[in-house]
Ligand binder design. Structure first.
Ligand SMILES: CC(C)(COP(=O)(O)OP(=O)(O)OC[C@H]1O[C@@H](n2cnc3c(N)ncnc32)[C@H](O)[C@@H]1OP(=O)(O)O)[C@@H](O)C(=O)NCCC(=O)NCCS
Length: 154
């Protein structure tokens, strides 16, 4: 019970959640590829109820940052804090590693998700027109750990 790294045998349940959560769900082979990334699941009573997938992006002349690729909770289990727990667990680990910036794209129409991320410290930075293959727009959202809290300026 709780949050742990995803394993191959979790993919069936992750795929079910993926299909009920997104208009263009990722196929199993894409989810399997992400087992090599940061891929956490929330397990309760032997069932997978949610997951989060992210990578650490290393780009020239930029500090490493976290890119959240997917977050979903089983439709009957939403509103119980599972999404918050998954996001919080990921951000906590990242902050311990010194990675203070997280970015993500979210469907602009998905107001519940936009509000969810805003409540967790993400800001809408820019609208990305027709970001998704089906022509929908995305918001690029960014969350920065406030500098100065961990290492006050001298
Ligand atoms: C966005 C998502 C991951 C949030 O997960 P969650 O487990 O419902 O999140 P939480 O329970 O921590 O918080 C959800 C908030 O919505 C509210 N809520 C109430 N009923 C809800 C419901 N039926 N469904 C979702 N949220 C509900 C909760 O009260 C909570 O608000 P609060 O933080 O002010 O208390 C989930 O809704 C989901 O899987 N959505 C579909 C996929 C998606 O849009 N993913 C995000 C884009 S990548």
């Amino acid at each position: 019970m709780g949050i742990r790294p995803a394993r191959e045998e979790d993919l069936e349940e992750v795929l079910r959640i993926e299909r009920e959560s997104f208009p263009s769900p990722w196929p199993r082979r894409v989810l399997r590829k992400h087992l090599a990334d940061i891929f956490l699941v929330y397990e309760e009573g032997g069932r997978i109820l949610g997951y989060i997938i992210a990578t650490v992006e290393l780009l020239p002349s930029l500090e490493p940052f976290l890119h959240i690729l997917s977050l979903a909770v089983s439709s009957g289990e939403r509103g119980r804090g599972i999404g918050t727990a998954l996001l919080g667990s990921l951000l906590g680990v990242m902050e311990e590693l010194g990675i203070g910036r997280s970015v993500l794209e979210v469907r602009a129409r998905n107001l519940r998700a936009v509000r969810f991320y805003e409540r967790h410290g993400f800001r809408r930075i820019v609208l990305l027109p027709r970001f998704y293959r089906d022509g929908e727009d995305a918001y690029l959202m960014v969350r920065d750990v406030r500098r100065g809290l961990e290492s006050p300026r001298k």
